[in-house]
Design a protein around this ligand. Structure first.
Ligand code: VJV
Ligand code: CA
Ligand code: ZN
Length: 393
């Protein structure tokens, strides 16, 4: 309908299940799984499924989750019920186990199924990449980068990214993990801290006293011991409120371009958390859908097999815009899809402005003050380039 055709000699796979989207963290919790439904409906309204292989995700098995997570944690996660939710006043003695049941990581009905589906989505994507049946695999239901081996954290219970990267490592010697969520990708960084087979790079707002999770300083580059192969293989790009498309794109291309030359990854895992967009309920940046998408376009241009994951994103209509646009970039249709959201899109009423690319003014009442000086951004690039002098493959 929009002249969207299957790219020749190139396969994009889309991994999702409508079952995942039916889960609720609670009325006012920022994480809304139905943003995945909104994304899929926009992707469909634009006719993009014709250009991709579409897979309905299965649930990951206990054994698959156990490849990273401890059995103790999984056993509790699979049996904990919403009734076990500690309530500060009614249930003062109830302890919080594995950080489960607090306000960030509540226990809700079907939690274990939700987690297994998110992980299944990313694992299916990883398998399609490993077996060379897909060039770009899309897993918007994954990207839950804070989960630890034995602990839930920051709306994340199962680290689907770590599981997917472990799968990629069976085939590929080196994997580059890139994280453009507004939060630090601490769980993934920690999981691969001591190996040089994964390089992790996170761009995030950094303000340890006030912004979650408080880690990811510029100087944190992995183990301090030069004898540890992971030394210099964690890259952190700490940013302040209000960064613009122009600054972010320049920073991203300079850093990822240099990493690609020095580290020579054989595959890319890209976490596309959409909370780095302007107007996000939790985020603080001034990125537009185009600037966010430019990161996906640049990664695609490197010509490596790639998984793209979802992640954060707390203003659902903008999450859907960004991930639909990025799906169009993956299939190479971004110059062909019209900027005006199709009239027949279900949920059309969610898109107050009928464009895929709202202006900053349309995204929020007042754009945030930009606290990133070009001088500071140049220092960040210089520090990263310095780290990369120690890296060669
Ligand atoms: O800042 C925190 C931790 C607290 C304790 C819990 N309270 C609610 C908030 C402060 C120190 N947590 C962050 C977690 C952010 C997770 C981001 C996840 C991702 O995008 O990187 C990947 C998917 C945080 N920021 C905002 C909130 N929590 C928040 C949680 C709520 C809420 C409002 C804000 C939970 C429940 C309800 N409202 C009803
Ligand atoms: Ca990040
Ligand atoms: Zn986030």
């Amino acid at each position: 309908e929009y002249g969207i055709v299957r790219p020749k000699g190139y396969t994009v796979s889309y991994h999702a299940t409508p079952e995942m989207e039916k889960h609720h963290f609670g009325q006012t919790h920022p994480m809304k799984p139905w943003r995945l439904t909104l994304t899929k409906s926009l992707v469909t309204a634009y006719g993009m499924p014709f250009a991709m292989d579409n897979y309905v995700t299965r649930e990951a098995t206990y054994e698959e989750l156990n490849a990273f997570h401890s059995s103790d944690y999984l056993d509790y996660l699979s049996t904990a019920a919403p009734e076990d939710q500690p309530r500060d006043i009614e249930n003062p003695d109830k302890e919080v186990k594995y950080n489960l049941g607090g306000s960030d990581c509540p226990l809700f009905h079907g939690l274990y199924n939700y987690c297994s589906m998110s992980a299944g989505c990313s694992l299916d994507a990883a398998r399609k990449i490993s077996s060379n049946q897909s060039d770009i695999a899309i897993a918007w239901g994954g990207g839950l980068h804070h989960a630890k081996r034995y602990e839930a954290s920051g709306f994340c219970y199962i680290n689907d990214i770590v599981l997917a990267i472990l799968q990629l490592l069976r085939t590929f010697p080196r994997v580059l993990y890139i994280d453009i969520d507004v939060h630090h990708g601490d769980g993934v960084e920690e999981a691969f801290f001591s190996t040089d087979r994964v390089m992790t790079v996170s761009f995030h707002k950094y303000h340890p006293e006030t912004f979650f999770p408080g880690t990811g300083a510029l100087e944190d580059n992995g183990p301090k011991s030069e004898n540890n192969p992971g030394a210099h293989h964690a890259i952190n790009v700490p940013l302040q409120d209000g960064i613009t498309d122009e600054q972010y794109e320049a920073l991203f291309e300079s850093i990822i371009g240099t990493i690609n030359e020095r580290y020579r990854p054989s595959a890319i895992a890209l976490q596309c958390g959409a909370d780095s967009l302007a107007g996000d309920r939790l985020g603080r940046f001034n990125l537009r859908v185009q600037g966010h998408g430019a990161c996906v376009r640049y990664c695609k241009s490197l010509g490596l097999p790639m998984i793209v994951f979802g992640g954060g994103g707390y203003t659902p209509r903008n999450v859907a815009r960004a991930w639909a646009y990025e799906t169009s970039i993956a299939i190479g249709a971004d110059t062909r899809i019209p900027e005006t959201i199709p009239d027949h899109a279900p949920w059309r009423e969610h898109f107050i402005h009928d464009t895929l690319f709202p202006t900053l003014e349309q995204s929020m009442n007042e754009p945030r003050h930009n606290r990133n000086s070009d001088k500071r951004l140049r220092e960040i690039v210089a520090h990263v380039h310095e780290q990369l002098r120690f890296v060669s493959h």
